[in-house]
Ligand binder design. Structure first.
Ligand code: DX5
Ligand code: ZN
Length: 218
């Protein structure tokens, strides 16, 4: 079983971002998770394609871009050009998810769709074959360091069953409130890509922390 560890740069120190990226790479990060926020879909702001393009020069790891923005269809081309490998948008942010998933694939990126805590997994029934990744949010998106919402375990199991039945190569990712204490449990519930922000960058040695996370999955 392959599990991708995806440290979220939201909790990194951007004044020394090159060092922080090198630390998580040394610790075995598979993806770099990049949270794009617009102050409208979520009550917070982060960065756009320029920053992702600059970061691209620092790392060859998979760039896992999580768009928490309204009208994501307006921006996916820019994020692809900037170097995004996976582009995930929110189900709640567009009325044309199937079209957008297909478009992201046509750009040569993996197409991901994310659901907020209030959105049932069943809303993905009609697009699951069009997804390369499903992201189950285990907090309300917008901020790092929030508490994991336990209902996400059941949603991961439901998403796992849908993926196994209809699109087994689709990656199931979880994001929000994951750390050493529940890492094993989210994997047991079916997650295969694990986003972790504060539980990695909030520790003195992010590299050692990621290695400990990996050891917990052995
Ligand atoms: C929250 C973001 C997450 C965030 C997770 O909206 O999507 O990626 O960085 O942070 P933690 O792991 O601290 O909950
Ligand atoms: Zn995220």
């Amino acid at each position: 079983m392959t599990v991708a560890l995806a440290p979220s740069l939201l909790s990194a120190d951007f004044a020394r971002i090159a060092e922080q990226i090198a630390q998580v790479e040394a610790g075995g990060a598979d993806y770099l998770h990049l949270d794009v926020m617009d102050g409208r879909f979520v009550p917070n702001l982060t960065w756009g394609p320029k920053i992702i393009g600059d970061l691209r020069r620092l790392s060859a790891r998979t760039f896992d871009c999580h768009l928490m923005i309204v009208e994501p269809e307006r921006y996916v081309d820019e994020f692809r050009k900037a170097g995004a490998d996976i582009i995930t948008f929110h189900y709640e942010a567009t009325p044309h998810a199937q079209r957008l998933l297909t478009h992201i694939r046509s750009l040569g990126a993996k197409a991901g769709i994310s659901i907020c805590p209030q959105t049932p997994v069943s809303m993905l029934q009609d697009v699951i074959e069009d997804c390369d990744l499903v992201l189950v949010m285990s907090v309300n998106p917008g901020f790092g360091g929030q508490r994991f919402i336990p209902r996400a375990f059941e949603k991961l199991r439901e998403a796992r069953a849908l993926i196994d039945e209809r699109n087994p190569s689709c990656i199931l990712e979880v994001d929000g409130g994951v750390g050493k204490e529940n890492l094993r449990a989210v994997v047991d519930a079916g997650a295969r890509a694990i986003v972790m922000g504060s539980s990695v960058f909030g520790t003195p040695d992010p590299s050692a922390t990621l290695r400990e996370m990996r050891a917990l999955l052995a």
